[in-house]
Design a protein around this ligand. Structure first.
Ligand code: XIL
Length: 394
């Protein structure tokens, strides 16, 4: 139920090295009835993202969750430390957060979260070394002069970035090396500045650089595939990418399934039942067949088309989520579950794809008054019912 001794020792060593002024590392998420405690009893883990203020994302100005400084909210942090065993910085490791230009790095915000994780004995996952989609890269990358040999210069920019970031945080046990490089509409590689300069091998290069800089970390490709008919092209494209990477002996360990689910999410035919469930399981079987692990990396629930009444809505969210988790956790190579936030008011979904009736969305396990919702119980119940497995780091 608790973390393994090796894991605890490793964490304390990291904490001691990174934070010599912290006398004692309290270990988060160890209460047996916490979400992480219930997960750990089955060889799983549970965690969430946490942020430190405005995301800094291009095109995201004015989004509620992005304006709020979660890190100043002691009640949120208390819930986080009670429920979670893993932390992932919501924005703080992305290029737009740490790369003001092609030569400098700004680690101040990421360091803050790493110190918080170390002080509380949280495992840390890293997101992301390359978000291969131009709209999510800092604007300077779009006008950057890649010179006469663009392939070489782009490769140097990318590998230096990966080397610098990954080696600064050796405590990160799992890295989203590449995020969202398959265009959902075509199933082909995103035509980002990096893809254009280097070609599709940009992905191979990123994974090799990550392995060199973080030899022990789990290396992950992360994306938002779902089960609806409308997502087939996306799913197939991701599978082709994974197959190619495995064939080329690229060091990749797992697929990150973002899991931004709900009837109002990216694909309106996305009820996980009947044909859709068959298609989704086939996809997960194929991923598993490649020898890859699976992670739920960014769970939240887009409830914009569900009933207005909060109780009815929360119940519907919980029921659908429970079924989703049951399906996912039936895979023993599903290693751990990350929520994309713990409290509704900090969700990035708050005013993305808003409800037509103007009511606030309720995508996460706790409500705005810091009370657990039926969704929290659905996740707990899914962990209780999950088949046991061996924890990744034991
Ligand atoms: C989101 C953050 O939650 C926001 O604060 C930010 O403005 C934009 O990015 N898929 C991902 C995450 O991989 O990085 C995104 O996070 C949500 C969708």
């Amino acid at each position: 139920m608790r973390m393994s001794r090796r894991e605890m020792l490793a964490l304390s060593a990291v904490a001691a090295a990174a934070m010599p002024l912290v006398a004692r590392a309290d270990v988060a998420g160890t209460a047996p009835d916490s979400l992480n405690g219930l997960a750990a009893a089955k060889g799983l883990r549970f965690g969430s993202c946490l942020g430190t203020g405005p995301s800094g994302a291009p095109r995201q100005a004015g989004v509620t969750g992005d304006r709020a400084n979660q890190f100043d909210d002691e009640r949120l942090k208390a819930i986080f430390v009670r429920e979670c065993g893993v932390l992932v910085p919501e924005n703080e490791l992305k290029w737009y957060a740490i790369r003001p230009n092609a030569t400098d790095f700004d680690f101040a915000r990421a360091d803050k979260l790493m110190a918080f994780a170390a002080a509380n004995g949280l495992l840390v996952r890293g997101h992301t070394l390359l978000w291969n989609r131009d709209i999510w890269m800092p604007p300077w990358t779009q006008t950057y002069d890649f010179g006469a040999k663009p392939g070489k210069k782009a490769e140097r920019l990318l590998t230096t970035h990966i080397q610098t970031v990954a080696s600064r945080y050796p405590q990160v046990f799992s890295w989203d090396v590449v995020n969202e490089t398959i265009a959902p509409k075509t199933g082909e590689m995103e035509a980002s500045v990096f893809t254009k300069a280097i070609g599709p091998e940009v992905i191979d290069i990123a994974f090799h650089a990550a392995r060199a800089a973080a030899p022990k970390a789990q290396l992950v490709y992360n994306d938002y595939m779902s089960w609806g008919v409308g997502n087939k092209v996306h799913r197939d494209g991701v599978l082709r990418l994974l197959e190619r990477l495995k064939k080329n002996n690229v060091p990749i360990d797992a697929l990150g399934v973002q899991a931004h689910i709900g009837p109002g999410a990216s694909d309106s035919t996305n009820t996980l039942e009947g044909e859709n469930e068959v298609a989704w399981r086939k996809f997960l079987d194929e991923v598993t067949g490649l020898g890859l692990d699976i992670i739920i990396t960014e769970f939240d629930f887009g409830d914009q088309t569900l009933p207005a009444d909060a109780a009815a809505r929360d119940a519907a969210v919980a029921a659908t989520a429970k079924h989703y988790f049951d399906v996912m956790l039936s895979y023993k190579n599903l290693r751990y579950v990350m929520a994309w936030g713990m409290i509704d008011k900090y969700s990035w979904l708050r005013d993305r794809m808003p409800r037509a009736d103007g009511l606030l969305k309720r995508p996460l396990p706790y409500d705005d008054d810091y009370q657990p919702k039926p969704l929290r119980e659905a996740i707990a119940a899914a962990f209780r019912a999950a088949p046991e497995r061996r924890w990744l780091l034991s």
